[in-house]
Ligand binder design. Structure first.
Ligand code: G6Q
Length: 566
């Protein structure tokens, strides 16, 4: 049965008609306790003080009633969310279009867990790679891993793109507080040579380690940058040709890949290669060996804490009843707004400066996973799938695009992420500045939900002509996710929260959340066009396929002309 033909969907549609004009002011007035009732928590690994801590989700400021939630949960059950979740954890090949298991949860499984793919327990391999990573990370951090000129390596440059970049880059930024500050970490992803040039301009090749991250080891951007890095490094070391090259490459390059053959062809020693598996999707790989730069930055113990955070949320997702399951609730709320209120976008607004790349990370996780328009069996959908995801850290966003959030014509559900404690308690008394940050996030949630009526604006003596401009309609929904403090463990839990929310949405829409065919066409065309830009004649390269459209052809000619005339 198609999604929109399901009785549960129709019931939600009918319910939406009764709720769409109801204001959050009314919902709170009728049900004053909802702010304490419509909340859910998920346990975190014990904190520094060994106390049990949790993630707190307040979803009371959503345009939902108990009936809405009940109907959404009925829909989830009708879509067999629990069975589909269990199939993922059991290693079934749920990535149907690529015929692969989807087992990022195995990356953080405890050593004694058993998760089988084709009858083989994959957990021992996961831990074997983690141990090799730990050995390597320790020796780099301790200054024992020496470069070609005998100097310790103090700079780590991660070369990768998409899933092989966004996770490590976001995690480094998020966990900088815990990183070895004597070391420098950089991330090169773009095939634009400016990226490499700017990221390496102040680095000494003799002290630089390149971590080439590519699941396939064939990605154009990454391979181009890896070759550039090798040239830069060897030139800087004064090594060229002969056996010296491989010795220098062995000291300054390590690889993270599933394609060991290609890694070797590039010249990286198999001993310096950290593997992962085809059941780890790129955008779900920051806790695999792709996280090697993270591990070097925060140490193997910090990385273990990160994995423990992921694991805590995995367990919660796997075992908590749906009605108290954070990722399930968040996923269903996303369906509610996207499919019933027709919200086009969703904003994530972290109130922590360290999370400034978290929205970029989530853009890939959410949009590459659920930006699909056919169901698993290839049927065109007749409903919207994944929303456009975007965001910036608060409070900066408050001074720019929040205007639209508060008074624009579009509905943008917001995820506000906040922490009880700051890692940098400044102010008088220490931490007072964090109170300002927290006050802002709470104020925004309240302002979005309740707005300010024309009556309240008038009562302030505002001239009548100005009243409409100063009125806030309110009724703008938000979730508030509160965590104890930003740490490896809470970051892991936060990422897993979104991973499983994305999963939940994908199950409702019945799409393959783990493939990404939509990125292929542009890649193939670029390969062809590069031959035409660099080829001997202005005409399209022979045998390259159908002629370009007139606009592309004209632009190719113009570009070639510019290049020729300098
Ligand atoms: C993620 C995608 C994609 C991928 C990059 C890099 O889920 O598959 O973003 O991570 O294209 O691919 P490689 O790691 O193979 O270089």
């Amino acid at each position: 049965m198609t999604l929109t033909a399901r009785p549960e969907w129709r019931a939600l549609l009918a319910h939406y008609q009764t709720l769409k004009d109801v204001h959050l002011r009314r919902l709170f007035a009728d049900d004053p306790g909802r702010g304490e009732r419509l909340v859910a928590t998920a346990p975190l690994p014990p904190g520094d003080d060994a106390g049990q801590e949790s993630i707190y989700l307040d979803y009371s400021k959503h345009r939902v009633t108990d009936e809405t939630l009940d109907l959404l949960l009925q829909l989830a059950r009708a879509c067999r969310l629990e069975a589909r979740r269990d199939a993922m954890f059991a290693g079934e090949r749920i990535n149907r279009t690529e015929d692969r298991a989807v087992l990022h949860v195995a990356l953080r499984a405890p050593r004694d867990a058993v998760i089988e793919v084709d009858g083989k327990n994959v957990v021992p391999e996961v831990h074997a790679v983690l141990e090799r990573m730990a050995g390597f990370a320790r020796s780099v951090r301790a200054g024992e891993w020496l470069g070609h000129s005998g100097r310790p390596l103090r700079n780590v440059v991660n070369i990768g793109i998409g899933g092989s970049d966004l996770g490590p880059m976001m995690a480094y930024e998020a966990l900088k507080y815990y990183a070895d500050r004597a070391m420098t970490f950089r991330f090169v992803s773009n095939v634009d040579g400016t990226d490499f040039a700017e990221q390496t301009r102040d680095l000494d090749p003799a002290e630089t380690l390149f971590v080439v991250c590519s699941k396939t080891f064939t990605t154009l951007e990454t391979m181009t940058n890896a070759h550039l890095a090798r040239e830069w490094c060897l030139r800087g070391l004064g090594v060229s040709g002969g056996r010296g090259d491989s010795g220098a490459v062995a000291r300054h390059f390590v690889a993270v890949s599933t394609n060991l053959e290609e890694v070797q062809r590039f010249g990286i020693d198999p001993d310096n290669t950290f593997g992962f598996w085809d059941w780890v999707g790129g955008r779900y790989s920051m806790d695999s060996a792709i996280g090697l730069s993270t591990m070097i930055a925060i140490g193997p113990e910090g990385f273990a804490d990160l994995l423990a955070g992921f694991r805590a949320l995995d367990e919660h997702f796997r075992t908590a009843p749906l009605e108290r399951n954070l990722p399930v609730l968040m996923g269903l709320l996303s369906v509610w707004y996207g499919n019933f209120f027709e919200a086009e976008t969703a904003a994530v607004l972290p109130y922590d400066q360290y999370l400034h790349r978290f929205p970029a990370y989530l853009q890939q996780l959410t949009m590459e996973s659920n930006g699909k328009s056919v169901t698993l069996d290839g049927q065109q959908v007749d409903f919207q799938t994944g929303p456009i995801f975007w965001g910036e850290p608060g409070t900066n966003g408050q001074h720019s695009f929040y205007q639209l959030l508060h008074q624009g014509t579009r509905l943008v559900p917001c995820d506000l992420i906040a922490f009880y404690e700051t890692l940098n308690p400044v102010g008088d008394p220490p931490g007072a500045q964090h109170d300002l940050l927290t006050a802002n996030v709470l104020a925004q949630a309240e302002a979005l939900a309740f707005g300010k009526t024309a009556g309240a604006v008038r009562a302030e003596g505002t001239p009548e002509w100005l009243v409409p401009h100063r009125t806030f309609e309110g009724n703008r929904p938000s979730s508030l996710v509160f965590l104890p403090r930003l740490s490896p463990a809470t970051l892991g839990a936060l990422v897993a929260l979104y991973e499983h929310s994305v999963f939940t949405q994908g199950v409702i829409w019945d799409v393959d959340s783990f493939d990404q065919w939509g990125v292929e066409l542009g890649k193939a065309l670029a390969q062809r066009i590069v031959a035409e830009l660099q080829g001997p004649a202005a005409a399209p390269a022979s045998g390259a396929g159908p002629a370009h459209d007139s606009s592309t052809a004209a632009l190719i000619r113009r570009y070639r002309e510019h290049r020729r005339t300098g």
